[in-house]
Design a protein around this ligand. Structure first.
Ligand code: SAM
Length: 234
């Protein structure tokens, strides 16, 4: 038996590629985006009352990780990428039906558009449903997860002075908290845990329309090297 679902909208996100997106929502409060609703949900009626809600659940498709053959086991990055786990014990993107769920902050509502922050969603993510977060039911005080007990410990992020000046200039142009976004995302250490980076190795990711380059001058420490417009990067 099969059922079909259709997106109710798509997310325009600060994240233009999967690399360096935090592994869960809230880890980067400066990660912002807009959920653009499709007809008929782009009418005011569909979001009436939502202005009374601070957070929403988004159910969405991992559209860049869909696979034909279901996996039973996955290797979550949190466990270093070399330990496997049952797919249902993990929040990995490769899963049956490719459905993701995130609680995100709802900053503003208008007909056809929801402004969101703290997102962990790639640009263009198809959203299947929106539900208000209900604190008394959704916040489980005694909940335990021994696999992911705490948020990952952030690592130190330093800047070369010219890179910080570049980021501040792009922040003014974009009207987005770019410096905080870069710091919050890089503090999650996006590098695969099995890679031991030499100080010579350069890493990069795109946020909004800029490319950010960084390296690891020493283990557990990131230094941002440059922040340039994506198309103009050499
Ligand atoms: N909070 C969600 C959940 O638990 O279902 C997502 C968790 S998943 C581990 C988060 C990762 O999904 C991000 O780091 C990003 O790399 C990836 N991701 C986000 N949006 C995606 C999309 N549309 N397609 C494929 N991968 C995506």
């Amino acid at each position: 038996m099969s059922y079909s679902v259709s997106p109710i909208g798509f997310v325009r996100s600060c994240f233009k590629e999967k690399f360096a997106i935090p592994r869960q929502p809230h880890l980067a409060p400066a990660a912002r985006g807009v959920l653009e609703l499709l007809p008929p949900f782009d009418q005011g009626d569909a979001v009436q009352g939502l202005e009374q809600v601070s957070h929403v659940w988004l159910l969405f498709l991992f559209h860049q990780a869909l696979e034909d053959k279901p996996r039973l086991k996955v290797r979550p990055p949190r466990l270093g990428g070399n330990q496997s786990l049952g797919v249902f014990a993990s929040r990995a993107t490769h899963r049956p039906n490719g459905i993701g769920q995130s609680v995100v902050k709802l900053d503003r509502v208008e007909p056809g558009r929801l402004w969101l922050s703290g997102i962990d969603l790639l640009d263009g993510t198809p959203v299947l449903d929106i539900k208000p977060y209900v604190p008394y039911a959704d916040c489980v005080g005694e909940a335990v997860n021994a696999i992911a007990a705490d948020a990952p410990r952030p690592i130190a992020v330093d800047w070369l002075a010219p890179a910080l000046a570049q980021a501040q200039a792009h922040e003014r142009r974009l009207g987005e908290p770019l410096v905080a976004l870069i710091e919050q995302c890089l503090a999650q250490d996006p590098r695969p845990a099995y890679q031991l980076p030499s100080p010579q190795r350069r890493y990069g990711a795109a946020f909004w329309d800029v490319d950010v380059r960084w390296h690891y001058p020493q283990p557990g420490r990131i230094c941002v090297l440059e922040v340039v417009e994506a198309a103009r990067h050499a």
